[in-house]
Design a protein around this ligand. Structure first.
Ligand code: W6P
Length: 442
């Protein structure tokens, strides 16, 4: 009850975006003072983002928001919110205060309940932190950090690491919630509203985890060469691709009991190096390759091992984009089936497959996931201003285009809308699952 008032209050603040470029400019050799400043920013930004998620989970259509797994996820967000606002920020010196300006000037115009504002304000982080990302993304050097501040910075890192770990199973648990909802419904329709919600929700999750991952890595000190936090300023595309190919082939061989998975031929002009998050890139490529391998093996069967048509991985780079095309001859999918590929409600997974031990982490997925791999990969691409598109030739094969923006100055997508994704559903809102599936399978 009181917690929910606080959540409502925080959800009135706008979320503050951070671009890849800002993260990199900021993260070079952070001083203690800079790390403290970063903690201050996150200490208010994370509760705001978490509060927005709780609010949205609450505002889902009743039947869905009451599904046990959805409630479970909502409680994780509320608990993480609470842990963050319960963590006391230390007193700061006047010298430091000058460098950290209050966010209160950005308070929503009307506070729902003035006494509520008073209740929250005095001991809260809102008083001392910076309002916008570019204020935050200034490294500061000449600040003398008290033992309290050092102590706070270290406790803060532990707190957000714990938050991140708590939320590891969010994707599978939400998927479970969607299953519960589908069982609960008599006529499962593809719900545009739910689709939008999940796109927004998972996009936000990517952002929150990026901010936490980045902060934790910066605090733990310089890891590998060319890395700033989890960002690699010289991501070697060919290396990441080769790694993803090896992993996808291995998974494919295991899953189908093959001696040798279909060949993947890579066409890569030189050694492309660009700024990116290698784990995101690996995740997207792995996902695309798995889909292509599956299509080829299932089209030709397991007795065809040495004659599978190879999958082509073609890499191109221009001024603006780096594009990776994954091309298979796995028989393709009909044009009408393409929109279904991006939906979360169209999944063939069973409850058993969603058991925690089945797929625990973000970056470890089985051969045939629960159908969230592609929509989530597209969100990863879009998070840094890229995109993911599928073009299929029914009866022949499929091309997946992964576009990555190499300028890396796109803003963090906080209000996530891609209206063009929904045109299909708008025009045929009453089409039901089973009819669509039939349409797809012939
Ligand atoms: C298919 C279906 C698909 C989805 C994504 C990537 C590649 C492929 N190939 O047949």
């Amino acid at each position: 009850p009181q917690l929910y008032d606080k959540i409502k209050y925080f959800a009135r603040f706008p979320q503050t975006g951070v671009s890849l470029r800002q993260m990199v400019l900021f993260g070079q050799k952070p001083s203690q003072g800079t790390l403290f400043k970063a903690s201050q920013f996150l200490h208010e930004e994370l509760p705001i983002r978490l509060a927005h998620r709780v609010k949205e989970l609450d505002e889902l259509p009743q039947n869905l928001s009451h599904m046990p797994s959805i409630v479970k996820v909502k409680n994780w967000y509320a608990q993480s919110f609470q842990e963050l606002i319960d963590l006391k920020a230390p007193q700061i010196s006047n010298a430091m205060r000058e460098q950290l300006i209050s966010r209160s000037e950005h308070l929503p115009h009307s506070v729902p309940n003035p006494s509520l504002a008073k209740m929250i304000k005095p001991q809260n982080v809102l008083q001392t932190s910076v309002p916008i990302a570019h204020r935050y993304y200034n490294n500061i050097e000449q600040v003398d950090c008290s033992p309290e501040i050092i102590d706070y910075t270290s406790t803060f890192v532990k707190t957000i690491e714990k938050v991140k770990r708590r939320h590891d199973p969010v994707v599978t648990t939400i998927a479970q919630g969607i299953l519960e909802y589908k069982e609960h419904l008599n006529s499962p329709v593809i719900d545009t509203e739910i689709q939008r919600f999940l796109d927004r929700f998972y996009m936000s999750r990517i952002g929150i985890r990026m901010l936490i991952g980045q902060h934790v890595e910066l605090y733990r000190g310089p890891s590998r060469k060319n890395y700033v936090g989890v960002i690699c300023t010289k991501t070697k595309l060919r290396e990441v691709a080769m790694d993803a190919v090896a992993n996808a082939k291995f998974i494919c061989e295991e899953h189908y009991g093959l001696f040798k998975a279909p060949e993947v031929r890579m066409f890569c002009p030189g050694d492309i190096e660009f700024m990116y998050v290698p784990s995101h890139l690996n995740h997207m490529l792995f996902e695309l390759l798995k889909n292509s391998l599956r299509a080829v093996v299932e089209r030709y069967g397991s007795d065809y091992e040495d004659e599978y048509p190879p999958i082509k991985l073609i890499i191109a780079h221009g001024k603006e984009d780096i594009t990776i095309k994954v091309s298979d001859e796995g028989g393709g999918i009909p044009r009408s089936g393409i929109p279904l590929v991006w939906t979360y409600m169209y999944t063939t997974a069973t409850a058993q497959e969603l058991e925690p031990e089945f797929s625990q982490s973000d970056f470890k997925a089985p051969m045939a996931g629960f159908g969230y791999g592609l929509p989530i990969s597209r969100l990863y691409a879009r998070y840094f201003g890229g995109d993911l598109k599928l073009i299929s030739m029914e009866g022949y094969g499929t091309d997946a285009y992964l576009h990555l923006n190499r300028l890396s100055n796109s803003d963090e997508p906080l209000i996530y809308t891609h209206e063009e994704d929904f045109i299909q559903y708008k025009e045929q809102p009453s089409i039901q699952y089973d009819e669509q599936i039939e349409a797809v399978s012939g």
